[in-house]
Design a protein around this ligand. Structure first.
Ligand SMILES: NC(=O)c1ccc[n+]([C@@H]2O[C@H](COP(=O)([O-])OP(=O)(O)OC[C@H]3O[C@@H](n4cnc5c(N)ncnc54)[C@H](O)[C@@H]3O)[C@@H](O)[C@H]2O)c1
Length: 260
């Protein structure tokens, strides 16, 4: 296949992609994929040092990147994020909602503050960001949104009660929003990753849990952030993904297909 044809199918030249959670492990990998596909990237994260470090890495790849420190729990902060993307690049064609947090404990010990924090960051913030960015996309002729779900969008995972509920909500929200904008040039989909090495996982995964995850994963390994890039480019591309909305791609080594 020629590079030219691949670029025609999957290239994002000149588009601006805003990535929340962009200083993190998985969305950092997505930022790199976006840059290599030709997009301008705005790294959006509450971790300012992480944003700066990511922008440096993206510039080393030869791309155009900027950042905006954002707290996704604040509508004002999300509105400022859209304004910053427009100020820095004149566009906001792509939104990736990737900021996310997790916490695990037995039900009786599960703190209400963690429930509220996780539902706010992982679900309510996705709703608000979709409202703000989809409005801009409709007004400017179109765009594409990817929300980051999880295997817990489909299956309960023991102890991570709020996380599972939030990610199930993210997938439902994604499908629901797709209905409203199907004829207005805005496509919205989700990527549901399986298990990837990341700081928030390290705290939650003891050896017993890792063994159980590996048992349930046909490919018997964790994923790597770069393995999400292909799914992302398919869903984002206005050419390859032109008729894809309201759905998701599981990138999970087969976890959701597991049988016992
Ligand atoms: N690592 C996995 O195995 C895995 C699996 C499935 C889904 N996910 C999802 O992928 C996404 C990325 O996770 P990750 O594994 O890369 O974790 P990560 O901790 O490396 O990244 C999450 C990022 O979100 C940012 N963030 C947290 N709260 C924020 C807030 N209020 N405002 C703005 N930014 C905030 C953090 O600073 C961090 O950079 C999350 O939505 C996560 O739930 C991860």
């Amino acid at each position: 296949m020629s590079a030219e044809y691949l670029n025609e199918l999957f290239g994002l030249d000149g588009q601006t992609a805003v990535v929340t959670g962009g200083a993190g492990v998985l969305c950092g990998a997505l930022c790199k994929g976006l840059i290599r596909a030709g997009a301008n990237v705005i790294v959006a994260d509450v971790n300012e040092d992480g944003c700066k470090a990511m922008v440096e890495e993206l510039e080393q790849l030869g791309g155009k990147a900027g950042y905006c420190t954002v707290d996704v729990t604040s509508r004002e902060s999300l509105e400022n994020l859209l304004a910053t993307a427009l100020e820095q690049t004149g566009r906001a064609d792509i939104l990736i909602n990737g900021a996310g947090v997790n916490y695990g404990s037995l039900l009786f010990e599960y703190p209400e503050e963690q429930w509220d924090r996780i539902l706010t960051i992982n679900l309510k913030a996705v709703f608000q960001a979709c409202q703000i960015f989809a409005r801009h996309m409709v007004d400017s002729g179109g765009g594409s949104i990817i929300n980051i779900g999880s295997v817990t969008s489909h299956l309960p995972l023991s102890r991570v009660y709020a996380y599972s509920a939030s990610k199930a909500g993210v997938l439902n929200l994604t499908r629901n929003i797709a209905h409203e904008f199907g004829t207005q040039g805005v496509r919205i989909n989700a990527i549901c990753p399986g298990f990837f090495p990341a700081e928030q996982n390290r705290k939650l995964l003891d050896q017993d849990r890792i063994d159980r995850i590996m048992d349930g994963t046909p490919m018997r390994r964790f994923g790597e952030g770069e393995e999400l890039i292909g799914a992302m480019l398919l869903l984002l591309s206005p050419v390859a993904g032109s008729f894809i909305t309201g759905t998701h791609i599981n990138v999970d080594g087969g976890f959701t297909a597991a049988w016992f």
